[in-house]
Write a protein that binds this ligand. Structure first.
Ligand SMILES: [Zn+2]
Length: 181
């Protein structure tokens, strides 16, 4: 997800993949329309988490999110239909494996939202108003496979809902206020 304020536009739009064994790679962002973004992603097994490829993928996703100034990134956005998201919360990365919303507030809030995968004809990210639950509780596994629970509100709550939607093949443009859903 993209935050409206601050450095909203990506510094560089070229999707160059940097290859270096010791460094996290910048991954290419899958852009809408693409069927990868519309699939329901599969759950990740706890054995899978320990594999070097998976550890590398998590690092690459963190790097990609930071480089692109995203507030979050979901695995389908980098071409993998697995239930993995990374979030940037107040400068700290949160990795969530198989995240699940267990509780949500009745109250919703409408705010502008953008997505690294949804760009206009010029390749620029754009923003639309989307209603999201103000607060959510989310259960997930961390990168070590520990079961965790988080209670989130405001931007973090919004980002969690936006990124989990990606795992279910849903984009924020499906939920724009004023459009019938
Ligand atoms: Zn997104």
């Amino acid at each position: 997800m993209m935050e409206k304020n601050g450095n909203i536009f990506s510094k560089s739009l070229d999707q160059k993949i940097i290859k270096n064994k010791n460094m996290a790679k910048l991954l290419e962002i899958v852009k809408h329309p693409n069927e990868i973004l519309r699939k329901v992603s599969r759950e990740i097994s706890l054995e899978e988490i320990k594999k070097p490829e998976f550890i590398e993928l998590m690092k690459d996703m963190e790097k990609t999110m930071i480089e692109k100034d995203g507030a979050g990134l979901a695995a389908p956005q980098i071409g993998k239909n697995i239930r993995l998201i990374v979030l940037n919360h107040e400068g700290k990365n949160i990795i969530m494996i198989n995240p699940q919303i267990t509780k949500k507030s009745w109250a919703k809030k409408i705010e502008l939202e953008g997505c690294l995968s949804v760009v206009d004809d010029q390749g620029e990210i754009y923003y639309e108003k989307v209603a999201r639950h103000k607060k959510v509780s989310c259960m997930y596994f961390d990168k070590e496979g520990n079961k965790k629970k988080i209670e989130a509100e405001n931007l973090l709550s919004r980002a969690i809902q936006h990124e989990i939607d990606h795992l279910d093949g849903i984009l924020f443009i499906d939920k724009i206020e004023g459009k019938s859903n």
